[in-house]
Design a protein around this ligand. Structure first.
Ligand SMILES: Cc1cc2nc3c(=O)[nH]c(=O)nc-3n(C[C@H](O)[C@H](O)[C@H](O)COP(=O)(O)OP(=O)(O)OC[C@H]3O[C@@H](n4cnc5c(N)ncnc54)[C@H](O)[C@@H]3O)c2cc1C
Length: 504
């Protein structure tokens, strides 16, 4: 009898893992909380897909904000193309930052910066940076590098840091930059300092050493949104005899000592059921996973788990009566007086995502579960999004035809000054369980992208199928270029299922 592996979580990490295991001849069951697979990389659509992109069509599709699949790994590109099949379009990244009344190209281009910024400001940035370097080299000032603000001030000078990094980060996280761990900066900013930034800005992206976040070409499904990838995995897993149980949240992970014995999950129609495997994979938030273990973790571990926190996101979707709002895939709005922190336009990923004469945009607002933004209804959120977009000149109020919203309660893991201590304790408990691996973005409390979640899923599968000790946790530990919008991850806690909500 082939091994039976139970995978908790049907996002890209769980699905890619289950797919590779099924291919290797293992018996797999995937438990997914929501009624659709894909996790943060899921999509929705309405209307007749057969007419997508044609005049008069009523077809729309949308994701949780912008989702661009990008990697420099040719084998992974081939793998993803195999999963999506022919339903794909080549896409090119275009993204900008709107700041102080101007649009800056992102990634930054020197020509564009020189055009948009007054000369006195550029001179001040350079002066401030030189002064900072002098203070640092001569040790006249000791920068506190334990927090984000100190880390960027030391490397870029106060003026540039506050303008490009600090304001946006504080807005997106909702906490002062002095309370955010510098781990986050060092993981996300490949740029060493201002000098390095200028050199990289002068280089044309696309070369061998281009950071992966700057790769401009990417693959996107022609119809169906990024969720086509998850649906492709689901279809193939089922074709190979595997089970994918959507709408089936795991509620308890039972153990005997350090061995997981069975998973209890809620059945679609009510009540609960057990599923037993030889091995287990969890790709749900590691906090939720650790909390659901019975008998429970010791008190000190439970306390550490409770100390790990998340930021939430509210997504406000606006149907607009004009063909295009901007040519960008997404636009960052770092300034604090604007509530929205990023907008994306799905038609710029694939023109089939909305009718030719209309467009659908998504405005993201970070918040905390239970705060005013979280509790705001669709009319209030529509007002905020429209106000901000009118202010930056992208929209007129009467162009908005309709609005709806979605929410992710635990969207970005918070790397506060103590997170590492709490995470270490939580992970030590998870690692003490012998026959379950926790992986993916949620499973490791990381900031990784789709390609890295897929890579982790595939490595976990390879390790189980071959019985070897492959380390999936080493994926996504390299440093990234500071990626404005992508500050985190999303999910919900066990046991309460909280589907992404939608209002009309
Ligand atoms: C706004 C935003 C924009 C992003 N943009 C990009 C981008 O442009 N490019 C990119 O590469 N990446 C992007 N990402 C990151 C990308 O979405 C993730 O890296 C990837 O989807 C993570 O996959 P995962 O399987 O690791 O986690 P998830 O997608 O979170 O999957 C976890 C799954 O577990 C399920 N689950 C939770 N609890 C339970 C339970 N109790 N029982 C059963 N199932 C459960 C969830 O429903 C979910 O399906 C973005 C993320 C966000 C939030």
């Amino acid at each position: 009898m082939p091994k039976h592996v139970v995978v908790i979580g049907g996002g890209l990490a769980g699905l890619s893992c289950a797919y590779e295991m099924a291919k290797a001849g293992l018996n797999v069951t995937v438990l997914e909380r929501e009624d659709r697979v894909g996790g943060m990389a899921t999509s929705w659509s309405e209307g007749d897909v057969a007419t997508a992109g044609e005049p008069g069509t009523d077809y729309y599709c949308w994701d949780f904000g912008p989702h661009r699949f990008h990697t420099k790994d040719k084998e992974l590109i081939r793998h993803v193309e195999e999963i999506i099949g022919d339903n794909k379009v080549p896409a090119k990244r275009l993204s900008r930052i709107f700041m102080r009344g101007k649009f800056f190209d992102y990634p930054l281009s020197l020509k564009n910066v020189l055009r948009n910024m007054p000369l006195w400001k550029i001179a001040w940035i350079l002066l401030d940076y030189s002064w900072t370097r002098l203070l640092d080299v001569t040790r006249l000032k000791k920068f506190d590098e334990s927090h984000f603000q100190g880390w960027v001030h030391k490397r870029f000078g106060k003026t540039l840091s506050d303008m490009f990094f600090v304001e946006y980060t504080e807005k997106a996280w909702g906490i002062p930059a002095t309370e955010i761990s510098s781990d986050w900066a060092s993981q996300r900013i490949t740029l060493l300092n201002l000098r390095d930034t200028i050199i990289k800005t002068l280089r044309k992206p696309g070369g061998k050493n281009t950071p992966r976040t700057l790769v401009t070409d990417f693959i996107y499904p022609r119809t169906g949104g990024i969720g086509e990838l998850a649906r492709g995995y689901e279809r193939r897993i089922k074709e190979m005899g595997g089970r994918v149980l959507a709408g089936s949240p795991a509620i308890k992970i039972h153990r005997n000592g350090n061995t997981v014995t069975k998973i209890e999950f809620r059945k679609k129609g009510g009540g609960s059921e057990f599923v037993t495997g030889d091995e287990y994979i969890s790709t749900i938030p590691v906090t939720a996973m650790a909390k659901s273990v019975v008998p429970p973790a010791p008190q000190d571990v439970a306390k550490a788990i409770r100390s790990l926190d998340y930021v939430a996101i509210v997504f406000v979707y606006l149907k607009v009566r004009k063909p295009q709002v901007s040519p960008d895939n997404w636009v960052y709005l770092p300034q604090k007086h604007l509530t929205v922190h990023r907008i994306s336009e799905f038609k710029n990923f694939s023109k089939c995502c909305a009718p030719p004469d209309k467009t659908l945009i998504c405005a993201e607002i970070t918040c905390r579960v239970g705060d005013d933004i979280w509790k705001a209804d669709v009319d209030a959120l529509r007002k905020i999004a429209v106000r901000d977009l009118c202010e930056v000149g992208l929209l007129k109020e009467d162009e908005v035809e309709d609005a709806f919203t979605k929410r992710i309660p635990f969207a970005y893991p918070v790397y506060d000054l103590d997170y590492e201590r709490h995470l270490k304790k939580t992970m030590a408990f998870v690692h003490s369980l012998e026959n379950i691996k926790s992986g993916g973005r949620q499973g490791l409390f990381r900031y990784n992208n789709m390609d890295q979640s897929i890579e982790m899923g595939r490595l976990m599968a390879e390790a189980l199928a071959s019985g070897s000790a492959i380390d999936h946790e080493s994926v996504a530990t390299e440093r990234e270029l500071f990626e404005y919008g992508e500050i985190g991850t999303s999910d919900d806690d066990l046991p309460a299922p909280a589907p992404a909500q939608e209002e009309k």
